[in-house]
Design a protein around this ligand. Structure first.
Ligand code: GDP
Ligand code: MG
Length: 163
């Protein structure tokens, strides 16, 4: 039994950094999925002994400002519907933004299983943002640094029962 994990969250929080860390060079060929490839990147993730499919909502970076909210909503809803589990990432240095709250609303209504990740949490500058994340109502945030690999064991521990 394997599962699929979608990484969602507003632009620049570190989604692709985590995607690349999980997938490494094993980027899946997605040429047989026209229309999906542009906005969603799919790869085969390796985390300890776990193997699963990971989906990055990549197309968010290309959006014009005026279409960003709508595009984020559509992409997120599609990723949520495709995946078994959603990893919702926020930037703990910035703290929770109104856009993060919008995402949290979508996920609370639509996703079966959400893992809340407070990224960029290396160092004490992120402490306040990590605490703010509790108020999103999506459970306990994982304190995380995609860039430095901090929080990876906690992510493993959260995903392991799903495999
Ligand atoms: P995405 O738009 O959500 O896919 O975000 P990216 O993965 O492209 O990262 C956006 C920026 O945040 C880049 O400059 C990354 O190097 C940086 N970044 C990602 N993860 C971390 C982290 O854990 N700590 C810090 N300080 N920066 C990070
Ligand atoms: Mg990205």
């Amino acid at each position: 039994m394997t599962f699929s994990l979608a990484i969602v969250g507003r632009p620049n929080v570190g989604k692709s950094t985590l995607f690349n860390r999980l997938v490494g060079k094993r980027l899946a060929l997605v040429d047989d999925q026209p229309g999906v490839t542009r906005d969603l990147r799919e790869g085969e993730a390796k985390l300890g002994d776990l193997r699963f499919t990971v989906i990055d909502t990549a197309g968010l970076e290309d959006a014009n400002d005026d279409s960003l909210q709508g595009r984020m909503r559509r992409l997120t809803e599609r990723a949520v519907d495709m995946a078994d589990v959603c990893l919702f990432m926020i930037d703990a240095r910035t703290g929770v933004t109104p856009t993060d709250e919008l995402f949290a609303d979508i996920l609370r209504k639509r996703a079966d299983h959400v893992i809340l990740v407070a990224n960029k949490a290396e160092g004490s500058a992120a402490d306040a943002g990590v605490l703010e994340a509790y108020a999103l109502g999506l459970g306990e945030p994982l304190r995380f640094s995609a860039e430095h690999g901090e929080g990876i064991p906690d992510l493993y521990g959260t995903l392991q029962p799903l495999a």
